[in-house]
Design a protein around this ligand. Structure first.
Ligand code: SF4
Length: 272
């Protein structure tokens, strides 16, 4: 009998849980469908479930002239918020408070004359929502930068501490004055830490979550770095028994955007 163990911290984080609750509450109260600009969370199966509850995804505001817009936990760029308000849309703001804190730090740094760098992924919605910042993804991006007078540094909330440290280290030579804010959120740290620990004591890891979810991909990366055979799946159907031949202990973890019902299905299939 193989042992299957779930990471101590996995699945929905506080911010995602809150966004889904706000969206579902709004959908219950409204007679009309409500919309999120881009998927509410990076999980196709959960987005599909929410569609059944009247929460739809739109790619831009051009076709939306009335109704309710839900702002995702990633936040929204001020220009888009202005556009939504000018159309008279009803707005439900589900920006995660930890993301909002990053916006506040960036604003204060700019006010104090710092050029702001965010360590994160250029195309991630959380980063696209931040106006007037320079995005650095990895330490090799730093070498191309010219020297600055003052640098303010923040992080995408779901970065790994390892990448954050590497980039900060490289940035130290780029300005005589730096103000560094580690804005990786505690929920992310807890998921990454418990994944690392679990990956270190099992033969094989299964990471559950959307292929479009950056924080899920990062968990898979952590498992691989621990030297453990790792499989990422979106659903239980993707699991292949052959992966676990000769393996005794299997670990399971899931990104902050993975709903509990998908994790349960994976656990059930693995235990069976
Ligand atoms: S990962 Fe952290 S910052 Fe992002 S939505 Fe979840 S709680 Fe908020």
């Amino acid at each position: 009998m193989k042992k299957v163990e779930l990471a101590e911290h996995s699945g929905f984080c506080f911010g995602v849980r809150r966004a889904i609750k706000l969206a579902q509450d709004a959908a219950r109260k409204s007679k009309l469908p409500i919309y999120s600009l881009g998927p509410l969370i990076h999980n196709r199966q959960e987005v599909e479930r929410l569609r059944g509850k009247g929460i739809h995804v739109i790619e831009n505001l051009s076709g939306m002239e009335s109704g309710t817009l839900i702002i995702r936990s990633h936040g929204i760029h001020p220009k888009l918020l202005k556009e939504a308000k000018s159309k008279g849309l009803s707005i439900v703001d589900a920006t995660c408070p930890f993301v909002r804190k990053v916006h506040q730090i960036v604003a204060l740094l700019k006010q104090d004359g710092y050029e702001v760098i965010v360590i994160g992924e250029k195309r991630h919605p959380e980063i696209l929502a931040l106006p007037g910042v320079k995005v650095i993804e990895k330490k090799s991006d730093v070498s191309k930068m010219r020297k600055r007078k003052q640098l303010g540094i923040v992080s995408q909330t779901t970065q790994t501490i390892g990448n954050f440290n590497e980039v900060v280290q490289a940035l130290l030579s780029k300005a005589p004055e730096l103000r560094i804010f580690n804005t990786i959120c505690l929920e992310t740290v807890k998921r990454q830490e418990s994944t690392r620990k679990l990956a270190g004591r099992v033969d094989s890891m299964v990471v559950v979550g959307g292929y479009n979810s950056a924080n899920t991909r990062r968990l898979a990366e952590i498992c691989r770095r621990a030297g453990t055979e790792t499989h990422q799946v979106e659903t239980a159907d993707e699991i292949k028994p052959a992966w676990f031949k000769g393996k005794n202990a299997i670990g399971v973890t899931a990104g902050a955007s993975t709903p509990g019902w998908l994790i349960k299905e994976v656990m059930k299939k693995l235990r069976a």
